[in-house]
Design a protein around this ligand. Structure first.
Ligand code: HAS
Length: 543
């Protein structure tokens, strides 16, 4: 691939891995605290003032920064490599990257000073200094600018290659980017119109419900912005890594269109218990949440069929015996398939969350972080780690330090997360609130029935920490390696080479449908909230 693009992607990976490392330092602390071992007081000397400061750093660095920066770099790589064309104006991508880094540095200052411990959802009326929000804005704008650069490149490629179907990974990457551009309008308007004037003291109060609703306008599709790059790899690369072909490329493209259409108009499933929103709107969002389950089921079917195709080509036999023939010794492959397996459980939990009435049992309990550590913490993060196992040698020309260590890392993440999230789900069902120090309460609730699940949380958290250390060692030692290799990106071919139906290749109806769905699902909600706006909540600093 083109050297300039490799440098750009490499810079993204560096920032992403540093964010993952720093953010993950707080994970074990929280897990140990839940187990009853509170190490936070000893951390005051190094500037970590509270559980909430640690939790905010953990959420922002891992859920927002590691993901977004990795994704921006990875989608750039997948697009230019499969188009076989450099980025049209690479300086635009560098500007985007630069804005993200500047935004990150600005936001980091109040975070480190314990002035912005507002958690990753930064719900008003919790209030951070205005420059924290400015940092977030610059970070998001940076990701937009990088996305524009990618969109321009695909548009120019389409002009240069009239009549040809955009290669799958470039197509799927650009849908992900467009989804992000549309859905971040919620958070952008929340910060620019409501939060910044309020945190600057230009207005005295804020409308809490309108802010939360705009947040979740972005907050839910955000999870698909995290997930879809993993799907780019599961569809676009895993079949090749398994030794086979993509079972159905049209079905894969259809899934991506469905995600564009259905990811945004369902954010109210995070607000089922919020007052001031109509039952009808919540019901509509619940129905649409079940609809967005469908493209993930299509993905499960298509990806498993593709892996079976590869396993049988490798000599695999039997109804399930073919699974043994998969390349389990390849860390990049194993990490991603292990991520898929835990995602099946995370997805099943998602159906429970989505249910309007059962949600009442789990909302705001430890069940929810249990759910999202299986999804963003594993389906996404472990897949990205697996991708880095071929990507780092590809970008640097240096051999992966140790396949064995990388395999251990993947299995430890899988095992650690299975234990951790079992504990979190269980304790959530027992009524433990999320975002709360639980250690002090273990013995006071339910005749000690919290004891075992919180122990699982602590043990799982420590296993995850060991896995992360191995991952970092793998990255650092690979960068230091003197062994040269030539690695290419694994690009899966489709099993059937039939021409792509036009309706899967035409943006207009899908974009129109996406806008239409958002208008139907959010129009009445926003009209009602804006019509009765009550900017009366002062800012609070409770930490
Ligand atoms: Fe979620 C809360 C519903 C998916 C992340 N979710 C959250 C939060 C986060 C999050 C971060 O309806 C907390 C936000 C906060 O801070 O408050 N979620 C769903 C549903 C899905 C779902 C229905 N979530 C995700 C993904 C995430 C994510 C993906 C991140 C990447 N979620 C909810 C709801 C809430 C929620 C409510 C609010 C709860 C509350 O009250 O606060 C679905 O899209 C899931 C579909 C997934 C599947 C699984 C498909 C499986 C595949 C792999 C197959 C391959 C295998 C390998 C098994 C249907 C594709 C086989 C191997 C062989 C070798 C053969």
């Amino acid at each position: 691939m083109f050297a300039a693009e490799k440098k750009l992607v490499g810079a993204h990976m560096l920032v992403a891995i540093v964010a993952l490392t720093l953010g993950s330092l707080f994970g074990p602390l929280q897990a140990l605290e839940h187990m009853g071992l509170n190490l936070y007081p000893t951390l005051k000397a190094v500037g970590v003032q509270s559980y909430y400061q640690g939790l905010t750093l953990h959420g922002v660095l891992n859920a927002l920064v590691w993901t977004t920066v990795f994704i921006t770099g990875f989608l750039t790589l997948a697009t230019v490599r499969t188009l076989g064309r450099p980025i049209v104006k690479i300086w635009i991508s560098w500007v985007g990257f630069g804005l993200m880094v500047v935004g990150l540095v600005i936001a980091a200052i109040p975070l480190l000073l314990n002035q912005a411990s507002v958690l990753y959802t930064f719900y008003p009326p919790l209030q951070a200094p205005w420059y924290y929000y400015l940092g977030l804005v610059l970070f998001v704008v940076g990701s937009w600018v990088s996305g524009w650069s990618l969109i321009i490149t695909v548009v120019v490629w389409r002009r240069e290659n009239k009549g040809q179907t955009t290669p799958f990974m470039a197509f799927a990457s650009v849908i992900t980017v467009v989804l992000w551009q549309i859905c971040t309008l919620g958070i952008a308007s929340e910060i620019l119109v409501l939060i910044l004037p309020w945190s600057l003291g230009l207005v005295q109060g804020i409308d809490v419900q309108l802010s939360r609703t705009l947040f979740w306008f972005t907050g839910h599709p955000l999870v698909y912005f995290w997930l879809l790059p993993a799907y780019v790899s599961w569809y676009g690369m895993i079949p090749k890594q398994a030794g086979g072909k993509l079972f159905s490329e049209p079905l894969a493209r259809f899934s991506f269109w469905m995600f564009l259409l259905l990811s945004t108009p369902l954010g109210l499933h995070h607000q089922y218990v919020d007052p001031g929103l109509t039952e009808g709107a919540k019901f509509l969002h619940a129905v649409l949440t079940y609809a967005v389950f469908f493209p993930s089921m299509l993905t499960a079917f298509n990806v498993i069929a593709s892996m079976e195709n590869g396993a049988r080509a490798r000599g695999g036999k039997g109804l399930v015996g073919w699974i043994r023939a998969l390349p389990w010794k390849e860390p990049s492959f194993a990490a991603q398939v292990l991520a898929m397996i835990l995602f099946a459980f995370g997805g099943a939990g998602g159906v429970i969350n989505a249910s309007y009435n059962i949600n009442l049992v789990i909302h705001n309990t430890a069940w929810v972080p249990g759910h999202f550590h299986l999804t963003v913490g594993t389906a996404v993060t472990l897949s990205f780690m697996g991708i880095l196992y071929w990507m780092l040698p590809y970008l640097t020309g240096k051999a992966l330090w140790s396949k064995k260590a990388a395999l251990w890392q993947a299995w430890l993440w899988f095992g650690g997360m299975a234990i951790f999230s079992t504990g979190m789900h269980r304790i959530g069902l027992l009524g433990a609130p999320r975002r709360t120090m639980l250690g002090v309460a273990i013995d006071n609730y339910g005749s000690g029935e919290w004891r075992i699940p919180t122990l699982l949380v602590g043990i799982g958290g420590m296993i995850l920490f060991v896995s992360l250390v191995i991952f970092l060692a793998e990255m650092v030692m690979t960068l230091r390696s003197k062994v040269k290799v030539e690695v290419d990106m694994p690009i899966a071919e489709p099993l059937h080479n039939d021409p792509m139906p036009n309706w899967l290749n035409n943006w207009k109806p899908w974009l129109a449908g996406t806008v239409g769905m958002i208008v139907v699902a959010y129009g009445p909600v926003l009209i009602q909230l804006i019509g009765s706006i009550a900017s009366n909540a002062p800012g609070f600093q409770l930490w």
